[in-house]
Write a protein that binds this ligand. Structure first.
Ligand code: UT7
Length: 332
């Protein structure tokens, strides 16, 4: 079963960017009460990339976005819609996509930030696909980028070992149904909003509230263990749903490229879906959890490594704050 639309969106080009600075588990051992062994066995993470002083979200967005447009052979002026999935804004006003626009040169694009935490990139793909399917847009730039380490509480060992910075971008163009994106599903359950959150820095607890800063409220908080259980169930269900709706089985898949939060989550989901290990892509070991950047970064690296080739069927599924979760099945 395909969409009702005759036209869908295909990935015409892809690009990634990781900041140069690498933070290893050994570095974290010197900052908080943790160990390389604990981090590796509980998360799979060995190292992550961290922005340099003076570097921020839009710098990552520019590098990944330009690489994707070059890969697609599309001039920046041809982009008519630019969606930026991020949870770590350059600044609250204006939209980070608007700030990035002149740097990318996408002067003819309407620019929109998409806020769905770790599911943001897949949410943005789903939005972009609709505009392409209806003929409203011809060249859409979708970027997932995060500067999570700026909002990481480096005194909280339960979160600071997890996150990394980075960006991944794709250019989407029209394709006939059956090619490109075949199915996409997305879900939100806001009753879990407190489980992954940054309670300070918005209008309820403004960024200038000194007491809130002392209580470390403008930093990312996560009740990891509770998130873990829901994440495994939700990722498994939505991935199975999308394959089912498209009438395909895991045998048809070339690669499963899930959100990279924790190797144990990825392994659990892969085995529940009965996807052989060699068809599951992981890079969480080297980049940590990069939230909205996670899937486009992983897709870009998988293409670079020759693990995804043109014509391959790929499934990507994400889970994150909100809770939000989403899955996309596409022919590359
Ligand atoms: O990307 C968005 C979605 N996010 C996720 O999917 C993340 C989901 N959650 C996780 O990945 C895991 O829950 C974590 C990696 C965050 C934590 O792993 P866990 O196996 O669930 O550990 P836990 O939270 O149950 O903690 C176990 C123990 C605790 O000690 P006690 O209470 O048993 O004495 C923690 O205090 O590990 C302790 N601990 C640590 N020890 C050393 C927590 N963090 C650390 C640490 N180093 N960094």
């Amino acid at each position: 079963m395909h969409d009702a639309f005759e036209t869908t969106a295909r990935i015409a080009g892809i690009g990634t960017y990781l900041p140069e600075r690498v933070l290893e588990n050994a570095d974290l051992e010197r900052m908080v009460e943790t160990s390389d062994e604990w981090i590796r066995t509980r998360t799979g993470i060995r190292e992550r990339h961290v922005v340099a002083e003076g570097e921020a979200l839009v710098d990552l967005v520019e590098r990944a976005g330009k690489a994707a447009m070059a890969d697609a052979g599309v001039a920046p002026g041809e982009i008519d819609l630019f969606l930026l999935a991020t949870a770590t804004l350059e600044q609250p006003i204006p939209a980070s996509s608007a700030i990035a626009q002149p740097r990318l040169g996408v002067v003819n694009a309407a620019c929109l930030d998409v806020s769905a935490a770790c599911s943001g990139f897949v949410f943005a793909l789903n939005v972009a696909r609709q505009f392409i399917a209806t003929g409203e847009a011809k060249n859409v730039l979708v970027i997932g980028a995060e500067c999570l380490t700026r909002f990481t509480d480096w005194t909280d060992r339960t979160t600071c070992v997890l996150f990394g910075d980075g960006a991944g971008a794709v250019v989407l163009q029209p394709a006939p149904a059956g090619d490109g994106i075949l199915r996409c599903a997305w879900k939100t359950d806001g009753t879990y909003a407190d489980l992954i959150s940054m309670p300070g820095g918005g209008c309820r607890i403004p960024p200038w509230d000194r007491e809130a800063i002392e209580q470390r409220l403008p930093f990312i908080k996560m009740r990891g263990n509770e998130v873990f259980k829901v994440a495994v169930r939700a990722l498994t269900e939505i991935s199975a749903q999308v394959m089912d709706e498209a009438g395909i089985t895991v045998d048809d898949l070339a690669l499963f490229v899930p959100h990279q939060a924790n190797l144990r989550i990825i392994t659990a989901v892969g085995s529940r879906l009965k996807i052989p290990e060699d068809k599951v892509f992981t890079n969480v070991q080297w980049v940590g959890n990069t939230s909205a950047a996670s899937i486009p970064l992983a897709l870009g690296q998988a293409v670079e490594q020759g693990r995804i080739r043109r014509g391959d069927l790929v499934l990507s599924s994400a889970f994150g704050g909100g809770f939000t979760w989403a899955s996309v099945l596409f022919r590359y």
